[in-house]
Design a protein around this ligand. Sequence first.
Ligand code: SF4
Ligand code: SF4
Length: 81
Amino acid sequence: MVFRTSSFKKAVKLNKDKCIQCGLCSKLCPVGNIVMREYPAFLNKCEVCVRCVSYCPKGALYRRHQSEHVYRGVDAKELLD
Ligand code: SF4
Ligand code: SF4
């Protein structure tokens, strides 16, 4: 059973001032939660894996009460293959 709360819906935030609209976060999200419009837009199926936060090249994505360190176990291109 999957529990969703409103905090999951807004688990990841975007700083538009930093975003370069590259679309990488949308390509890397494992559950298709990010769609590219003018800027990334978040749907309602985030699993809070934090991949988008970790791999954004500009640090434009963040969690509201972020305490975890950015972690990149592999290169982004390996996740895209
Ligand atoms: S990866 Fe970062 S810079 Fe690229 S579109 Fe997503 S939020 Fe913007
Ligand atoms: S935290 Fe994970 S599931 Fe949620 S939007 Fe980012 S990449 Fe997708």
